[in-house]
Design a protein around this ligand. Structure first.
Ligand code: ATP
Ligand code: MG
Length: 337
């Protein structure tokens, strides 16, 4: 393979923006979908109220962080304070309640990394996962949502990157590629590092939002309406950014020593985090620090086979943006197994 390191993108790159923006627009869910999700949330809340009148259901993940596509599954967190029951007992109880309220395919997965109850609502056709007291997920959902309000280019970039990752079958954590959450963090970090910066580092600013989870403070500046013009100095178009994003991950990121960190808005070193060698199943071949659970590398599921696939996909994408005659189609060509 010839590794091409380009510093400059093609001259006509901005003429591609309308095509990419129409791809982006086609991915945004219609308003009715939000209404359907809320309707389901309310009916589930009623079911749960019967057993636990003080428990609250919250949406999290892509249906709440604004980075969700049409027809995506929804993630729900049950916030409950019940010291008489273990988490698994609660999950089994939730499953029992939902089953008796006629939800379909109800399944409690008590051994998963994040234990959940899965089910499908026959009325709306929506599938959903319910977890219990996952407060970090609530905090990182809000963080992503707040970043999205600062500059539209984050939303556009992240949607296109997620769509690309899905089309290329590299958004599958069970097969060693990256989660949607990881891709969105990569986009945020990339925009924090543009010159001039397109996004600030909210966790380095005065904390106006604080949620303490276990012993960890999740704190950052959340008055994002005040930051609406933050990225205005930077005039880069969505296609220039897309080009630079893929080029960064294809040809410039230092996979042997660097960790990307949204928390600090900078690159930090693997040495500093002690992520230089494999520990158990965590290989640290691509390092993405979780903004709140900082000992958590979102790239840890990537193995020596899937890192190769990922890097080849970054190179493919970079080369398509550089040379292809119709990048907004070729980029998303489904990967055939
Ligand atoms: P999708 O549209 O693909 O469903 P999503 O944003 O819901 O995207 P998921 O990967 O389903 O992404 O994750 C749902 C939520 O769970 C994330 O938004 C995040 O809050 C949390 N989460 C997911 N993976 C991790 C992880 N490895 N560590 C911590 N939190 C995570
Ligand atoms: Mg999800």
């Amino acid at each position: 393979r010839i590794h091409q390191r380009h510093k400059e993108c093609r001259d006509d790159i901005d003429t591609l923006s309308p095509c990419f923006l129409s791809v982006y627009e086609s991915l945004i869910p219609v308003k009715e979908e939000k209404a359907k999700q809320n309707e389901l949330l309310q009916s589930l809340q009623k079911s749960v109220d019967k057993e636990w009148p003080n428990a609250q259901l919250h949406l999290y993940g892509s249906c709440a962080n604004t980075f969700g596509f049409s027809n995506s599954d929804i993630d729900i967190c049950l916030a409950i304070d019940d010291s008489n029951m273990s988490r698994n007992e609660m999950l089994l109880k939730v499953a029992e309640i939902l089953q008796s309220d006629n939800l379909q395919n109800v399944q409690a997965l008590t051994n998963a990394r994040v234990p959940i109850v899965k089910m499908m609502d026959p009325k709306t056709g929506i599938s959903c996962d319910i977890c219990i007291n996952n407060h970090f997920a609530m905090a990182n959902t809000k963080l992503l949502k707040d970043y999205a309000q600062i500059d539209d280019r984050l939303h556009q970039l992240a949607f296109i990157v997620k769509h690309w990752a899905r089309s290329r079958a590299i958004n599958e954590t069970y097969r060693g590629t990256l989660s949607s959450y990881a891709y969105v963090l990569m986009c945020i970090h990339f925009l924090q590092l543009r010159k001039p910066a397109i996004l600030p580092c909210l966790q380095e600013m005065e904390a106006t939002y604080v949620l303490t989870v276990d012993d960890t403070e999740c704190a950052y500046f959340d008055q994002v309406v005040k930051l609406k013009n933050f990225g205005a100095q930077n005039k880069e178009s969505i296609t220039e950014l897309l080009w630079a994003f893929f080029h960064y991950w294809a040809y410039h990121h230092d996979y042997t020593s660097d960790v990307i960190s949204v928390r600090t808005g900078s690159i930090i070193s693997k040495k500093l985090k002690d992520w230089t060698r494999r520990v158990g199943n965590d290989r640290h071949l691509i390092c993405i620090e979780d903004p709140f659970e900082t000992s958590h590398d979102l790239g840890r599921i990537v193995d020596k086979h899937s890192i190769k696939i990922l890097r080849e996909e970054f190179e493919r994408a970079a080369d398509i943006l550089q040379y292809d005659s119709n990048p907004s189609v070729t980029l998303f060509k489904p990967y055939m197994q």
